[in-house]
Design a protein around this ligand. Structure first.
Ligand code: HEC
Ligand code: HEC
Length: 340
């Protein structure tokens, strides 16, 4: 709730319900986030953030009309109760039952992201939606047809007109609206955040887990976003023969590097890794501790005392798991503002 505020207009801000009942002229929205977050990467610029624009983006996000046969929406693979990752499946199913080769990432704090996709193949949130809309194994549609379908729908025609003030719907408006929704998916009310804000305290195990996390994991998953958005080789290789960052840079040193994922809400985004090959968090820790093998391109920070891997005792794993669970933000996953 505190993530939103209204500037301009006369409506008072008491919470989400008031926000949504504020109809009429466009209401400018402002992004709100805690003081310990860095400045976001994306700040809307020409894409003026309004409550109508956000609502339109949300409607598009949940509408299968954007896919070729009207069966698949963005939300089919990005579910709020899983922090906008898929519903516990390793690989997502798109139009016609086709399957991709990568696990659907969560969409969390996307406005802070410096690149998108596991290989960072997309560098700007405003062009992000083009990929899933047109990808054969996702929504398999083409932009012209999407615009035709939306233009035939009275409700969409009037919403686009109200938000963008132009007589015709254009592709860029679809991207802008979806961006308004995605960039506002801010998760900042987990127990971790409440501890950070002095409103709650860790128990003994969580506290020990936090210390271990800072020592052993934070090089790549630094707080408060729990990723540095870099590309790293964790030695996991790829079940789907996916070379990761190499696909984009064609630099041999980038083979099997994948974007470091945020760990916010990680308890809800199973299964794990770019190919969904690890089923639960305990097994991820087992992998870091005992599963990493020597290899040329393994990230240097995954060597401890000259040996590959981050060795953890079973007791340390328990503590780390307790800490990782404090990153779950139920305010985020149940926020009616984000729901269909
Ligand atoms: C069929 C399942 C599916 C559908 C439908 C789908 N996505 Fe995705 N999404 C994925 C997968 C899989 C990836 C990872 C792709 C990759 O790394 O190459 C992804 C990646 C993303 C990312 C990047 C996240 C990150 O951390 O890098 C965003 C944002 C996103 N999708 C938004 C959307 C939007 C918006 C729509 C609707 C227009 C949509 N997705 C539709 C499966 C889907
Ligand atoms: C060298 C950098 C690095 C270090 C150190 C590191 N990670 Fe990761 N982590 C990554 C990368 C890169 C991925 C994605 C790998 C992939 O998909 O193939 C990842 C994935 C994960 C995932 C899966 C998340 C998801 O959404 O799929 C979890 C959980 C995780 N790491 C937890 C940890 C913990 C706990 C530690 C400390 C014990 C740690 N990591 C240390 C780079 C690192």
């Amino acid at each position: 709730m505190k993530t939103y505020g209204i500037i301009g207009k006369t409506c008072l801000f008491f919470g989400l319900t008031v926000l949504l009942s504020c109809q009429g002229d466009r209401d400018t929205l402002q992004m709100r986030y805690p003081g310990y977050f860095p400045e976001p990467e994306y700040t809307f610029g020409n894409n003026v953030l309004t409550s109508e624009g956000f609502d339109l983006g949300k409607k598009l996000f949940y509408d299968p009309i954007l896919s070729k046969d009207s069966t698949v929406s963005c939300a089919s693979c990005h579910a709020q109760e899983h922090a906008f990752a898929d519903h516990g499946t390793a690989l997502s199913v798109g139009v016609g039952g086709k399957m991709g080769s990568r696990n659907s990432p969560a969409i969390v704090n996307a406005a802070w992201q410096t690149s998108f996709m596991w290989d960072g193949g997309i560098n700007h949130i405003e062009i992000m939606s083009f990929a899933p809309l047109t990808n054969e194994v996702e929504m398999a549609e083409d932009m012209n047809h999407i615009i035709q379908k939306l233009s035939r729908n009275d409700l969409y025609r009037s919403s686009f007109q109200a938000v963008f003030g132009k007589p015709k719907i254009e592709s860029q408006q679809v991207f802008y609206a979806l961006t308004q929704y995605m960039a506002m998916l801010i998760s900042d009310d987990s127990k971790y955040d409440r501890v950070k804000q002095g409103k709650s305290a860790y128990n003994e195990e969580e506290s020990a887990g936090y210390s271990l996390f800072i020592q052993k994991c934070a090089t790549c998953h630094p707080e408060p976003l729990f990723t540095d958005y870099s590309f790293r080789n964790t030695g996991i290789g790829s079940k789907s023969n996916d070379t990761g960052r190499y696909k984009i840079t064609l630099d041999d040193r980038d083979v099997y590097k994948f974007k470091v994922p945020s760990l916010r809400n990680v308890a809800l985004t199973y299964p794990y890794m770019h190919d969904g090959s690890i089923r639960n968090l305990r097994s991820v820790l087992d992998y870091y501790s005992e599963g990493i093998r020597e290899s040329d391109l393994l990230d240097p920070s995954l060597y401890k005392n000259g040996r590959p891997g981050i060795f953890l005792t079973e007791d340390e794993k328990d503590k780390l798991l307790s800490f990782l669970n404090t990153l779950t933000d139920f305010t985020f996953t149940t926020n009616p503002l984000f729901a269909e």
